[in-house]
Ligand binder design. Structure first.
Ligand SMILES: [Cu+2]
Length: 275
């Protein structure tokens, strides 16, 4: 029975994926010029994103969904006692709750079993410096050489929207990254930036280094304080052992993320300020 459900879910995902490509005219033949295997689907989904909750100082939780059906799945998940317990457990972490992929349940003859199912991914990220939980933006002068660690826990929740119930909850093995803090250097690991928030002086070149086996990118808007200029920063994808660097001449901020790992809260903050 389990295998069968997995099978129909996979088939369903293809059906939805294929329909999305058709609806948004993103089929490779339509978009041959600009088609990019890693980003085309991603860009489509982002255009519809519904933000349910933005992080605050008291509760660093970002909740979003890729469409209305996914938003309903998120609401159902948040009402589930087991999900509530998970959220309780990871309180104080940087949490991302993402309604990512509505799927259809169909049987082998193509008949619909359920018209709507949803998938919600909960990711809890935490950063520790010398063993202590860190939420703040750090200056490299103060923290150079100190031991940083990032941890990531991920739960995937499947939801039956018709029955308004959670079907399964599965947890991935915890991910950990460890490294000594080096000046103006950010690790892009799987799937986190570490240190996640930094402060540098104007004129600093910051380097993001990919030390994981999958590609990442750095995408965000560099907002300059004085001129209110908004400069788009987009590294493109960089592979393992590659890096991206950028020089920040003016005081301001850059809030950025990795676009293919947004649902796992792969994001960072850079503040450019005089001492
Ligand atoms: Cu990434």
């Amino acid at each position: 029975m389990k295998d069968y459900v997995t099978f129909v879910l996979i088939v369903g995902a293809f059906v939805v994926g294929g329909s999305l490509l058709l609806i948004f005219e993103l089929l490779p033949e339509d978009r041959a010029d600009e088609f990019h295997a890693l980003s085309a689907g991603n860009m489509t989904l982002q255009s519809e994103i519904i933000t349910i909750k933005e992080p605050t100082a008291e509760d660093d939780t970002r909740t979003y969904a890729i469409n209305k059906v996914a938003a309903e799945a998120v609401a159902i998940a948040q009402n589930d006692p087991e999900v509530k317990e998970i959220l309780q457990q990871v309180r104080g972490n940087s949490i991302t709750i993402a309604g990512v992929q509505p799927t259809l349940l169909i049987d082998s003859s193509g008949d619909l079993i359920h018209s709507s199912a949803g998938q919600v991914v909960i990711t809890a990220n935490q950063e520790r410096i010398e063993g202590k939980l860190n939420h703040d933006a750090i200056r490299f002068e103060t923290f150079q050489g100190k031991r940083a660690e990032a941890r990531q826990q991920i739960w995937t929740i499947l939801i039956d929207i018709d029955r308004k119930a959670v079907q399964t909850i599965s947890k991935e093995p915890e991910r950990r990254m460890q490294s000594d803090i080096q000046p103006n250097f950010v690790h892009a690991g799987m799937n986190m930036f570490m240190p996640h928030a930094i402060i540098v002086e104007p004129g600093t070149t910051v380097r993001w280094f990919n030390d994981s086996s999958i590609p990442h990118n750095v995408v965000g808007t560099y907002l300059k304080n004085k001129t209110s200029d908004r400069v788009q920063v987009d590294s493109g994808f960089f592979e393992r052992d590659r890096s991206f660097q950028y020089t920040f001449d003016d005081a301001g901020t850059l809030e950025y993320r990795c676009t293919i790992h947004s649902e796992e809260g792969m994001k960072g903050l850079l503040v450019i300020a005089e001492k």
